[in-house]
Design a protein around this ligand. Structure first.
Ligand SMILES: NC(=O)C1=CN([C@@H]2O[C@H](COP(=O)(O)OP(=O)(O)OC[C@H]3O[C@@H](n4cnc5c(N)ncnc54)[C@H](OP(=O)(O)O)[C@@H]3O)[C@@H](O)[C@H]2O)C=CC1
Ligand SMILES: O=C(O)[C@@H]1CCC=N1
Length: 253
């Protein structure tokens, strides 16, 4: 995710000289420097920047936290923006008491600027400070401002969502192959069907049930398929899937 943010920032007018990055392995550090031309520095150096973006795994954050707590940089003013799942802003605020604290939850379509990014703002931030963070995140896609107590739910739905959708896409492609279509044709049909369905629902503001009913002819093919989905409990399975991801986000906290 950090690399997605980095590449999108550079592609959208931010200069390589405005960004410094940190990574753990020397291989990764060399890759980031040679690919993007950015300065690679220690966590402490990065944490001295005006805007600090925290994008390590939540489990790794404890190591960074103790490393940073020992350095004076945590006293610097500015902004800290975390994309880590399950780490509350209160914990970030304890580490960076002088900084405004924002939490965001992007998702992987951010790599192509098509992400949905949930943002919980700091109540002490001015309108201009909120706008600055929104502008930063807008290089990744659509920014939605919400309350921090909604962040674990967002993590489960849109943060993890691309993996759930990808699994469904893969299964549908396999289904196309199972009924005799080539892999490449199947991919074109499945990608187009999903993108087109979402576009139709969105642009015409149709309820999904309305669209399902419109496709479903009496004694036709679609209702035969719908019966299988309902018998398998796909609706309940998807609800349980998101609830499991939500509970995991809460546990990471
Ligand atoms: N993946 C996703 O779809 C999403 C992830 N997130 C959140 O983003 C965060 C990162 O996830 P993701 O990008 O998938 O994870 P990755 O493992 O891909 O990236 C984590 C990065 O942290 C670096 N890192 C690890 N340890 C340290 C350290 N001690 N000091 C400095 N850098 C370090 C790694 O460097 P190295 O490679 O050298 O180890 C790596 O570049 C998580 O908190 C996750 O919750 C949020 C939304 C979506
Ligand atoms: O799986 C995870 O924990 C992270 C958070 C959202 C997407 N990936």
């Amino acid at each position: 995710m950090a690399e997605a943010m980095l590449s999108r920032l550079l592609a959208n007018g931010y200069g390589a000289n405005q960004v410094i990055v940190s990574a753990r392995s020397p291989e990764r550090q060399a890759y980031l420097h040679s690919t993007y031309g950015v300065t690679v520095a220690s966590n402490s150096d990065v944490a001295a920047a005006h805007t600090v973006i925290l994008a390590v795994k939540p489990q790794v954050f404890s190591e960074i936290e103790s490393e940073l707590a020992d350095s004076s940089v945590v006293q610097h003013p500015g902004t800290v923006l975390s994309i880590m799942a399950g780490i509350p802003s209160a914990r970030l605020r304890r580490l960076f008491p002088q900084r405004l604290t924002f939490r965001a939850m992007p998702n992987t379509p951010a790599q192509v600027g098509a992400g949905v990014i949930a943002l919980a703002t700091d109540s002490a931030a001015t309108e201009a400070e909120v706008v600055a963070v929104k502008e930063l995140l807008s290089v990744l896609g659509e920014v939605v401002v919400l309350r921090e107590n909604q962040m674990d739910a967002v993590t489960a739905l849109s943060g993890s969502g691309p993996a759930f959708i990808a699994l469904i896409v893969e299964a549908l492609c396999d289904a196309g192959v199972a009924v005799g279509l080539s892999r490449s044709l199947t991919q074109t049909l499945v990608y187009g069907t999903i993108a087109g369905t979402v576009k139709l629902l969105d642009e015409r503001e149709i309820h999904p049930a309305q669209l399902k009913d419109a496709v479903t002819s009496p004694a036709g093919t679609t209702i035969a398929g719908i019966e299988v989905l309902e018998t398998a409990g796909v609706r309940g399975t998807l609800i349980q899937t998101v609830k499991a991801a939500y509970q995991r986000a809460q546990a990471l906290n």
